[in-house]
Design a protein around this ligand. Structure first.
Ligand SMILES: [Zn+2]
Length: 263
């Protein structure tokens, strides 16, 4: 058996009576699905590595042509399972892996992806859930997926968008200037204020999601900009994925419950 491939589990799905299909993102293979035989009966071979919030080494058996990988075993490299009691933290952590599983193409590994996931989980453990960290992660994954949104220039003509009247059009690639906005009519188009552009540009200036979290309390930005920035990126992500993201709906539900609680 090889030393194993560093990775994280994105999803597990029951298969037949006793098996699991495990969707992984690994350093050398990218996103793959592997069959873990007998994993519904006993997970001893997998030593806790089939859970969320675990970075593991996974022993994968090469499939015959056209067949799925086999997951033979795993060992934990790092874990962030102390987050398990933080409902919002777990929701953010789930969103992170759901985005990796939904936005990135299969079997196209990029080492930065695991670094970003680890940075997000570190950030959650060290400072708790952070909207700015999530936005930073969304921007990074959109970039990796080839859909980095235009923010400070028009996605259609390259012109300036900061002089007002701009919109965010997720199907046309992000910020659209006032004159190009006339033909932005698809669902999901929304006004884009210069202050929201400033907020998203400040997020984009941070490479590490954990560092972006200072923007949660940065007095230069109003909560309306944070909400508008979130809505713009989340709409773009959802359109690209083409179906609702379960973890995102859950985060929205938790947010609504918290607001009811506060009022
Ligand atoms: Zn334009």
């Amino acid at each position: 058996m090889s030393a194993g491939d560093l990775g994280v589990v994105l999803k597990t799905t029951p298969l037949r009576e006793s098996d699991l299909v495990v969707t992984l993102y690994t350093e050398s293979l990218g996103r793959i699905s592997a069959v873990a035989r007998g994993a519904r009966r006993s997970q001893r071979r997998f030593a806790g590595t089939l859970s969320l919030l675990v970075l593991g080494r996974y022993q994968l058996g090469r499939p015959p042509r056209g067949d799925m990988w086999g997951l033979e075993g795993g060992e934990i490299v790092r874990e962030w399972t102390q987050l398990a009691s933080d409902v919002v933290g777990v929701a953010h952590a789930s969103y992170v892996v759901e985005l990796v599983g939904s936005l990135l193409p299969p079997e196209s590994p990029d080492p930065i992806v695991l670094e970003l996931v680890v940075a997000m989980w570190d950030s959650l453990v060290e400072g708790g859930p952070s909207p700015a960290a999530l936005r930073s992660f969304e921007l990074a994954l959109l970039d990796l997926a080839g859909h980095r949104p235009a923010l400070d220039t028009c996605a259609a003509c390259g012109g300036a968008v900061l002089d007002g009247g701009a919109v965010f059009d997720p199907t046309r690639g992000g910020a659209i200037c006032r004159s190009c906005a006339a033909i932005s009519r698809s669902p999901g188009v929304r006004p884009l204020e210069p202050s929201t552009i400033g907020y998203l540009a400040a997020i984009a200036a941070h490479d590490n999601p954990g560092e972006a979290r200072v923007l949660d309390t940065d007095p230069r930005f109003a909560n309306a900009d944070r909400a508008a920035g979130r809505d713009a990126l989340v709409t773009m992500v959802s359109l690209l994925v083409g179906r609702p993201l379960r973890s995102l709906e859950y985060i929205a539900k938790l947010g609504a419950a918290a607001r009811r609680h506060d009022s």
